[in-house]
Every structure is written in C-alpha cells, then in structure tokens.
Ligand binder design. Structure first.
Ligand SMILES: Cc1cc2nc3c(=O)[nH]c(=O)nc-3n(C[C@H](O)[C@H](O)[C@H](O)COP(=O)(O)OP(=O)(O)OC[C@H]3O[C@@H](n4cnc5c(N)ncnc54)[C@H](O)[C@@H]3O)c2cc1C
Length: 376
C-alpha cells in the first residue's frame, strides 16, 4: 500500500513512522520539515489540565497517549539510534495565591479521577525541590511520573526512525491535491506527481487550505499563535530547574521546561491573530515578566532566543483523526495545544486507520465525520 502524508510536523512524522512499521510504502512531503509549531512547542506532557474538564472522551485520549509515552520514546530512541529528549522529571505545579490554588485543586481532583499519582506540597517542600523558585508559594503539587519532551529532538528522532524504516521524506511543497482519479495523488511545486492508495493530511493549520480539496471535506483548522522564549543558566550550572514547572498567580501562568542540555523553554503566549508567525517584543516582554515572577534568577540567565508557532485548532478544539467522507483521504490534525502530548496515540490510531480503515475505540469520537459540514 502506498501512503502519502502531507506535513512533517510531530503528527505527520509519527504517523509516517508507524505506517512504515506496518509495512506500507510511505512518503512524507513538506517544504520545511519540523519547522512550524512542532519545533516551537514547550513539549509539556501533563497528566491533566483545564482543557480536560467535562471532556471524558478527550481525557481518555490524553490518558491513553500518556500511557503509551514511555514505551513509545524507548522504541523511538532505538529505532532512531539517537536521543528523543524525553524527561520524566516530574511536573511541579506551584500556586502563589488563593486564586491560583483553586486551579491546583481542580488538577488534584482530576488526578484523583484519572488515577494519576501526585503529592500535595507545602511552600517549604516546593523550595526544597526547586530552590530558585520565588518565595511566597501558597501550595504545590508534584506529579512524579510526568514531565516534558523537547519537540525538536523528538522530530529529529522521528525523521531518523522513518528513514531507518525505509520511509521517505521529500522536501517540497504540495501544490495541488488531485482527487479526480480512482486513487489520490499530489502535485509538488517542482511538478512531480506522486500517486498513493491513501493520503493523510497533517499540515497543521494549513490543512484545509491545501489546494484541490473538495468543499466540506476538511473542516477549518484555525491558527492560534504561541510565543516561547529559551534561557540558559550557565551561571547556575546545569540544570537550574530540575522539574517541569508550572507556576501560577492570579489568572496568570508560566511554564518552564528544562531540556537535557540545561536550556529552559518558557511559555507561552496564546493569541488569535491569524497566520502571523512573527516574534513580537510584547510577547517576549510578557514571558520575561511572567518567568521572573516565578523564577527571579531568570534575570541573570542567558537569553538564547524566542520563537513563534501556530497551534492548529479544529472547530471544537479537539483533534480530527481518521478517514474523511472519502475513505482514502485521512486527517491527522487539529491537535491545538496538545499535539506533542497526543503524538503516540495519534500515530497508533491513524496508522491503524490507514491500513485497516478503522479507528481504535479511543479515537472514534475524533473522527472527521462529527462535523456537520463534512459530507458522510
Ligand atoms: C508556543 C506553543 C507551545 C506549545 N506547547 C505545547 C505543549 O507543551 N504540549 C503539547 O502537547 N503541545 C504544545 N503545543 C502544540 C503543538 O505544538 C501542536 O499541537 C503540534 O506541533 C501540531 O503538530 P502538527 O504536526 O499537526 O503541525 P505543524 O507542526 O504545524 O506541522 C505542519 C506541517 O505541514 C507543513 N505544510 C503546510 N503546508 C504544506 C504544503 N502545502 N505541502 C507540504 N507540507 C505543508 C508545514 O511546513 C509544517 O511542517 C504548543 C504549540 C505552540 C505554538
């Protein structure tokens, strides 16, 4: 079976790797592989968050992906013959006032419901775990089995694993999706036409804009901009922060994800500003203020850089997975704020749907057919 995947972010690459392992002849096409949201994300892998409130199907998907993560990254490291950037260093949530503590209480209740291991902490416990935290912690919570992953290392590993499994990565832009024949095809910017038995659209917020798609086949995927900054704490030795930290005060929050090389990814802004991918002074200034509130020592760290990316948001904010009304055209997109978290489950579910035509149970609520505008 020949499979073409449009888009080489975490989603397209991971689905491709699993498809190659299932014995398909798979080609991923992207003019700039792993350069968009998938290279910008902070890569937090939290067990719970407000986006799961009152969303049992989504919580099931997230928890399934969480359960796959350790084996997924172990297998990927072996297949890529290199690092994957996964740190199970524990997620430390710290609330600096009663309002923020209410948010932590919601997380605690979710952890109870989901059977996730956690420990509530006093201010002293938090400072013992992370001495550089600002004083004045109200309450803390440690989820010791969770952590984060560096998406740039992850995408490098996925591309290597894909190559090692005899998959192909073509660096070019899909200019036209061709759905007139009995099987799908794509025309690339250099004029080449590639034919497939199955076509997977994983082009993030550009998915519905791919030229040649019939009206209504793909719902609109809106871009939600996010900016992150990267710091390095050479003057504190490495690492300055051992846990993946989420700090909150009032209705504001910041997260700090340490990388294996000692760098800290700090995020993130959330903006509804179309396809603008620029890093702006106000975004960087906002993140610097937030991180200094929680980690004053950040002021003495080296500023490594800043980046912006576009989270792909579906009409209901949930991922869109599996066959469209045209069975040989599948979607793997709309992961919004959770694409890195949902990578193992998406790769498993969509590769299985490519080969068998069926989504596993946990992924069925995310079929494209749930959108009324999609012809069934
Ligand atoms: C600031 C920020 C922080 C985030 N933090 C987290 C986090 O902590 N945890 C988490 O789980 N998620 C996080 N996310 C979300 C996560 O990054 C996304 O959900 C995920 O990267 C989406 O991956 P993707 O492969 O679908 O899309 P993308 O990474 O956007 O990849 C789509 C690809 O399609 C390609 N493409 C577009 N048009 C064409 C064409 N015509 N032909 C060929 N290819 C094309 C693009 O070049 C691109 O490489 C964050 C996102 C941002 C922006």
């Amino acid at each position: 079976m020949r499979v073409i995947i449009i888009g080489a972010g975490v989603i397209g690459l991971s689905v491709a790797w699993r498809c190659a392992q299932l014995g398909t002849d798979v080609t991923v096409v992207d003019p700039a592989p792993a350069s968009k949201a998938s290279s910008v994300a902070a890569g937090l892998l939290p067990p719970s968050g407000d986006m799961l409130l009152g969303q049992p199907d989504f919580a099931r998907l997230v928890l399934h992906s969480r359960s796959l993560y350790p084996a997924f990254t172990t297998e990927l490291a072996r297949a890529a013959k290199g690092p994957v950037g996964h740190l199970r260093n524990g997620i430390l949530d710290v609330a600096y006032d009663p309002q923020a503590a209410e948010g932590l209480d919601r997380l605690r209740q979710m952890a109870d419901d989901f059977g996730v291991r956690y420990r509530m902490l006093t201010a002293d416990d938090c400072r013992r775990l992370e001495p550089l935290l600002a004083p004045g912690v109200h309450v803390g919570m440690l989820s010791p089995d969770d952590g984060s992953i560096d998406p740039r290392t992850l995408t490098r590993a996925l591309a290597a694993a894909l190559r090692n499994a005899d998959g192909h990565l073509v660096t070019d832009r899909v200019e036209q999706v061709l759905l007139d024949g009995t099987t799908p095809a794509v025309r690339l910017a250099d004029g080449t036409v590639l034919h497939a038995d199955r076509l997977v659209l994983a082009a993030g917020p550009w998915t519905h804009r791919l030229p040649g798609l019939p009206e209504g086949l793909v719902p609109e995927i809106r871009p939600y901009k996010g900016q992150v900054i990267r710091l390095h704490a050479e003057n504190h030795g490495s690492p300055a922060v051992r846990h993946t930290v989420r700090g909150s005060y009032g209705d504001r929050a910041v997260y700090i994800a340490p990388r294996t090389d000692g760098e800290l990814a700090v995020g993130a802004t959330y903006e509804d500003s179309g396809y603008d991918e620029q890093v702006l002074v106000e975004g960087v200034a906002d993140l610097l203020a937030r991180v200094r509130r929680v980690l004053p020592a950040a002021a003495r760290m080296r500023f490594v850089g800043a980046a912006a990316g576009l989270r792909p948001g579906s009409p209901d904010g949930r991922p869109i997975l599996g066959p469209t009304a045209r069975e040989d055209v599948l979607l793997a997109t709309g992961h919004h704020r959770a694409g890195v978290q949902l990578t193992p489950a998406t790769a498993e579910a969509v590769s299985r749907a490519v080969v068998t035509g069926e989504l596993p149970d946990y992924a069925r609520p995310f079929s494209p057919t749930r959108f009324a505008s999609t012809p069934v």
